[in-house]
Design a protein around this ligand. Structure first.
Ligand code: NAP
Length: 283
């Protein structure tokens, strides 16, 4: 079973090492150190936990981090004013706006205010447009992380059938595009799709990003399929699980990314890579 699992730790380690080397080079050459600002609205426990993990990652790779926690009742106008402030700061390379925003806020309007050159999470429509046109752009970190797992599995996507379960702007759609860029034939299914099981059963690679605990079962999968589980959910016992029923599918799959210890471990390392990309683009 163990050798079927693709763990995030090694992938994250590799990405982190490159970031560390880049930051070291900046330091040795007397250059500025890359800096990220993370803006959170409200003190939600999930948000606090995320900030803690992010701080740990930044300390490890030695990039600078500024965290800003704004009151949950803040207006769109005040948040936009904060974002504009960081857009102007030369010392800031990347702006990460924690999602989801409180329900009174207009996400689409606010995201438009992030400087596209500092949009390290690839949320701004300009980055989305450039990305889908095959041009240089920031791409959402989780989608990029999922691709690292496919590469790690040894699967060459050229001509392969990929099914992506989920069509969100942060995971499903960008990961489908990334697979298309690598010449796979891609099908995207969602909550209104019919016969998902049958569609998945033809796939060489299944990328699960629906947010439905243990939805994908053994009989959905072709023998030897590569399965990338992006879902982060909790089962009836409060235990973290993915969108794939790991115990049920393990005999059927060729490779699988487990939850926990899979894609989630890599996302912040990928964010650091995007931050370095932002720094380099500034010149
Ligand atoms: P989202 O915005 O809620 O999108 C979920 C997508 O799945 C939607 O397109 C939805 O279809 C589809 N879907 C829902 N139920 C389905 C079903 N029964 N069958 C087929 N498709 C279904 O979620 P997200 O932000 O993309 O996140 C997806 C999962 O990834 C969540 O578990 C989240 O916690 C996890 N996640 C992981 C990481 C990481 O670092 N590993 C990062 C972010 C998120 P419709 O479009 O028709 O509604």
């Amino acid at each position: 079973m163990e050798n079927k699992c693709i763990y995030g730790k090694e992938i994250a380690e590799r990405l982190d090492q490159r970031t560390i080397e880049f930051v070291e080079e900046c330091r040795n050459k007397g250059r500025r150190i890359p800096k990220l600002v993370c803006i959170a609205i409200g003190n939600h426990p999930a948000s606090v936990a995320y900030m803690k993990g992010l701080r740990k990652k930044c300390e490890k790779v030695k990039v600078e981090l500024e965290t800003v926690v704004l009151d949950a009742s803040i207006s769109d106008f005040e948040l936009i004013r904060t974002i504009h402030g960081y857009n102007k700061m030369i010392s800031i390379d990347g702006i990460l706006l924690q999602m989801p925003l409180p329900s009174h806020m207009n996400r689409e309007k606010i995201v438009l205010e992030i400087d596209p050159l500092k949009d390290v999470d690839g949320l701004h429509p300009l980055n989305t447009g450039l990305f889908y046109q095959g041009q240089e752009a920031f791409v959402p970190c989780t989608a990029l992380s999922a691709m690292e797992f496919i590469h790690e599995s040894g699967m060459n996507l050229d001509g392969k059938e990929v099914v992506v379960v989920g069509r969100s702007n942060v995971i499903g759609r960008p990961v489908a595009q990334l697979c298309l860029n690598e010449h796979a034939s891609v099908t995207v299914v969602h909550s209104k799709s019919l016969n998902i099981e049958k569609i998945c059963s033809h796939a060489d690679v299944v990328i699960a990003a629906a947010g439905v605990p243990k939805m994908i079962k053994k009989n959905w999968l072709k023998k030897g399929a590569v399965v990338i589980d992006v879902g982060i959910n909790y089962d009836e016992n409060g235990k973290m699980c993915g969108d794939v029923d790991f115990d049920d599918v393990i005999d059927q799959v060729g490779k699988i990314s487990p939850v926990p210890k899979g894609v989630g471990v890599v996302t912040n390392s990928m964010l650091m890579r995007n931050l370095i990309f932002a720094y380099q683009r500034k010149g």
